[in-house]
Design a protein. Sequence first.
Length: 276
Amino acid sequence: MTCLVCGAAAAVPLYRIRDVPVVRCPTCGLGRALSPPGFDPAYIYNESYFAGGQADGYANYLDSRDVLVAEFRRVLRDLAAAGVRDGRLLEIGCAYGFFLDEASASFQVSGVELAPEAVAACRRRGLDVVREADDTFYRSRAPFDVVVMLDVIEHLEAPDEVLRIVHSHTRAGGLMVITTGDFGSLAARLLGRRWRLMTPPQHLWFFTERSLERLLEQRGFRVLRTTRPWKLVPLHLIAYQLSRYLGGQNWLRRVHIPGGVPINLFDAMRVIAVRN
């Protein structure tokens, strides 16, 4: 197996979680979950993923809208600070479109989302969202000034190919915003298989700062800055994730816990890169 980033031929076995092997490249540190033959992500990303139907999903994504929107506004402020306040924006993995709703005040927005129920909800609100982005989709909307992937790249089966396609449809000087876990963080190294983001086959890739930077460079993007910001997280989601270890997920699916709190375990990155 060849490393996606550095091309190393060897991989170090780490864990076996839910019968999914997780390995790490000894050269660049990239982690990977080896999904089984015939793996279909569509069985994960559906209505149940957002509504407490899966252990590693959301307890109730729709009920957390206010908290999620507040966090998405922070991302938009980061974009403004980087000098991009309008233009054409594409979000890959847009879920129910809450970020696109906020961005639409300044940008012409489009989105891609695998979950059919989420796509339908976005379209009912007039958002330009598709389940599969083909060449016609890109050509009719490009060039993009901003492409956003918020906690998405680790889910993609072929992130290098997605970045290649996105690069070809982003204007020179356009921005890419990626948030993802930091596999090189202290939390990831100390907790190992119990790290909160170690959830294969939902998460297929585990990036270190350097391996993500190298992948972006190979696909024509230059990293401007990488931060590990505080994040406003729904209390219901926190409780739901903790219940993976402590029990009680079935009960949490039936209740609503309002509000959110700022959290920073310094194990998640926000990367802003520019298209060369």
